[in-house]
Each structure stands twice: as structure tokens, then as C-alpha cells.
Design a protein around this ligand. Sequence first.
Ligand code: PXP
Length: 251
Amino acid sequence: MKVETAGAARLGVNVDHVATLRQARRIRYPDPVAAAVVAELAGADNITVHLREDRRHIQDRDVQVLRRIVQTRLNLELAAVPEMVRFALEVRPDSVTLVPERREEVTTEGGLDLRAAFAPVREAVAALVAAGIHTGIFIDADTEQIERARETGANSIEIHTGRYCDAPDDAGMGRELALIRQGAVAAAKLDLEVHAGHGLNLQNAREVAAIPEIVEFNIGHSLVSRAVFVGLERAVSEMKALITAARAAGG
Ligand code: PXP
């Protein structure tokens, strides 16, 4: 399977929060499928959705329809549990990203802990990779986690950028950014494709986007939030331009 290592970076647009708004009323709109079409027209390189076990935003039908209409690539985030893996094997997204999930959390709170969850993750990765689906694991930028991710046979990791984005001051952000950079270099050396995401917005994405080893950024909440004021097309195209400029400038 092709593994990207450097050069241009992809923007994955996560449309979960369009579904969050729809589910607030449990009606038919706004439709995350329509959001995916607009995001692609604005330059998204893939569409990401997280099908949670509690179905709080994205529904099975959304993923099934997205599979048929997405023109770029469909990245499905899910927990490494048999029910979700079976669903992924049926729908056959272009990629799967395995994420931790706790019902009581407001959003994904950190990377998967492969010290605790190695066996079920390795099993899920084996089934998905055997089916030809590019499979990644969402982890913190920690050397042991990265080595364990490699041992599962995954194609990629997605580095959790939440702690960098939530750091209270510049010094904290600097420390977290250094960890992300080190983790990206370490993972690329192990031939893992490197992605990053969580909490990225127009104010904090530039420094992460300049890390050459990271080839894909998955961004949702800030884009959908900004879309309320400026429209989704503009929100996506601004972020795409920011990533492209950060790569060109090298930082
Ligand atoms: N990547 C992963 C693995 C995630 O779980 C999420 C949140 O669903 C994102 C990226 C996007 O995070 P945000 O919505 O904060 O941009």
C-alpha cells in the first residue's frame, strides 16, 4: 500500500458537527452529505466522519451515502470494536482511523493507549488491512505509542494535536509542538504515514502544517464553527490555503 512521506499535505474535512446540528432536532437538515460536497468543491482532499457507537451525530446512512458520493477519499473514524470493524468492512471507506471512545466524553479526549488496548487494535488493523483499507491509529506523540502502532501493522498514525491546541500559553504550545515534531519524525522513520488532528484552527494550524512529515490534517469543529459566519466553502478554502502556504514557507 502506498505510504506518503513528504511534500504536499492533504486537508481532511470532518463533517461530524453538521450532523450534530441536525441531531439537535432529529430532522433531515443540515445534511453532512451536502457539507461533504461543498467541502470537496472548496478543496478538501478527503472527507472524514466519526461513526460513534452511540450514534450521537453521524448515522449509518450518512456513511453509506457518503461512500457513494465522495469524489475524493472517505476516511471513517471508529472504535476498535467488532461491530464497528464489521461496518467498515461492509462500507469499505478508503481509510479507517481507529480512535478511543468513551460514551460520557464530549469529544475524543486523547489518543488510543496502545499499552492498554494493543490486542483489540491489532485485531482490528489486521482485518481492515487484509481487506485493502488504509488503516491508521489516533495516538499521542509518544515514542512508545508510535512503536506499538507500528507493531499492529497499521499504515499510518494520526497524531493527537489537542494538547498543543489547548495549551494555556506560548511556552506550553511550544513544548507540545516539539513533541508533535519529534513524534512525526520518529513515525516517518518507521515508515508510518503521519496525519494530525484535533483542535486545529486558523490561529494554531500553521506551525503544525509546516512539519513536513505530516501529510494529512483532519479538521472539523473550527471549520464548521467558522462556516456559521463565513460559509463552509470559504472556511475550507481558507484552511487549505493556510496549509499550502505553511508547507511552501517551511514554517
Ligand atoms: N481527528 C480525530 C481522530 C478526531 O477524533 C477528531 C474529532 O472528531 C478530529 C481529527 C477533528 O477534530 P476537531 O473537530 O477538533 O477539528
